[in-house]
Design a protein around this ligand. Structure first.
Ligand SMILES: [Zn+2]
Ligand SMILES: [Zn+2]
Length: 399
């Protein structure tokens, strides 16, 4: 029986749906062998080998240490417009407890953010598009290292990514637990936060715990500092502007009866705009300096060298992506206005270079991202391949 023409949900093309067993096999293999940022040797070698097997026109490796770019020309060969599709390959330093058959064989490492699935979906699209080539122009399939805090996208840019593979648009996709598998959501403007990490060192004067008057206690100074830093979000930043300051580590001392010499605090800040990020940084610097003075301790603050900017979706690229999604899948699988999240994402470096759109694909009822029981949903993968392929055919239409 034929489905009505404007059905709320359209089926995925047979040639892509039939790819599901291969997608699951690649994905579960990546999952079994997770590699941390800039150590994706096995993963990137497999990605490059598969791209060559699919018949891509060129495969470049070693970009940003372990990054890979596959080059595919449409009918008519090189020339014409070009776009970039990006996936990430790295895993997290988490010990997996999912209990699935394809559980990580590397103790203390797992694909807890679904980058195994992201890599797989982009590989599936490369295979489909290399076989069909129903487009005109060039697609660059970008597989990046070290998304989880290592700024792998920036490392690829520093290695000339956008000059070697110039494009007018860049697209990225992340899975989203709690949204039905294979459902899509997107929103224009900032969708993921600017994120950076900091380390605060408080140096006081150690001494006997029974003689605090002869010491300068870095723990008391640190406790005051933790509270004072929270006042930036509650009292300094505009309440209509999102901001987070989280102290996630507080290390000091080694026994009951000694005031330690120093204390170390670490954490992360999240904001949606450069202006708020600058304000938060300036206030943190000020509060550290003033707290140091009031407790007669020396307080220094160091930030990560490559803070992640906010991921901001270009309105026009978002409209285009939404229209493509509705055309490919029907309205029943697409939500415009996905809630923003204060998570960070280094796709931001790419979409600062050229207009871009970062979309979310549902991962079904899974454990949350970065949870030791998380697993990417193989059920979502064919939809991801259909999206990437359909997007390319619409962004680079045949004449
Ligand atoms: Zn993550
Ligand atoms: Zn991720």
């Amino acid at each position: 029986m034929n489905a009505p023409l404007n059905a709320a949900v359209k089926p995925i093309a047979n040639s892509i749906a039939a790819m599901a067993p291969d997608l699951a096999e690649w994905r579960q293999d990546f999952h079994r062998h997770p590699e941390l940022g800039y150590h994706e040797q096995r993963t990137s070698a497999k990605v490059a080998a598969l791209l060559r097997e699919f018949g891509l026109d060129r495969v470049e490796t070693g970009i940003g240490v372990t990054g890979v770019v596959g080059v595919l020309h449409g009918r008519g060969g090189p020339g014409g417009p070009a776009i970039m599709l990006r996936a990430d390959m790295d895993a997290l330093p988490i010990h997996e407890t999912s209990g699935v058959a394809h559980e990580s064989i590397e103790p203390g490492k797992m694909h807890a953010c679904g980058h195994d699935g992201h890599t797989t979906m982009l590989l599936g699209a490369a295979r489909h598009l290399a076989a069909t080539r129903n487009f005109a122009g060039t697609v660059y399939f970008c597989f990046q290292p070290a998304e989880e805090g290592g700024a792998g996208a920036k490392a690829m840019l520093d290695d000339g990514l956008m000059t070697r593979f110039p494009v007018s648009r860049v697209f990225g996709m992340h899975n989203w637990p709690g949204m039905p598998a294979g459902h899509f959501a997107l929103q224009e403007g900032p969708v993921l936060a600017a994120a950076d990490e900091f380390t605060i060192t408080i140096t006081g004067k150690g001494g006997h715990a029974a003689k605090p008057h002869l010491a300068r206690d870095p723990i008391v100074a640190g406790a005051a500092l933790v509270s004072a830093l929270q006042s930036i979000v509650s009292r300094v930043v505009d309440p209509l502007e999102p901001a987070v300051i989280s102290i996630t580590q507080f290390h000091a001392g080694s026994t009951h009866n000694v005031i330690p010499e120093s204390a170390i605090l670490m954490g992360t800040t999240r904001t949606f705009s450069d202006a708020v990020q600058r304000l938060v940084h300036a206030e943190m610097d000020r509060i550290c300096a003033e707290t140091g003075r009031s407790f007669a301790c020396e307080i220094t603050l160091e930030r990560s060298q490559t803070p992640y900017p906010a991921t901001v979706n270009n309105p026009e690229a978002t409209d285009f992506t939404e229209a493509a999604l509705r055309d490919i899948f029907g309205d029943g699988r697409v939500t415009r206005g996905h809630p923003r999240t204060m998570g960070g994402e280094d796709f931001a470096f790419l979409s600062r270079e050229v207009p871009g759109c970062f979309v979310f694909i549902g991962n079904g009822d899974s454990a949350p991202l970065h949870h030791p029981a998380y697993d990417f949903s193989d059920e979502a993968a064919p939809a991801g391949v259909a999206f990437w392929s359909g997007l390319v055919e619409r962004a680079l239409p045949l004449g």
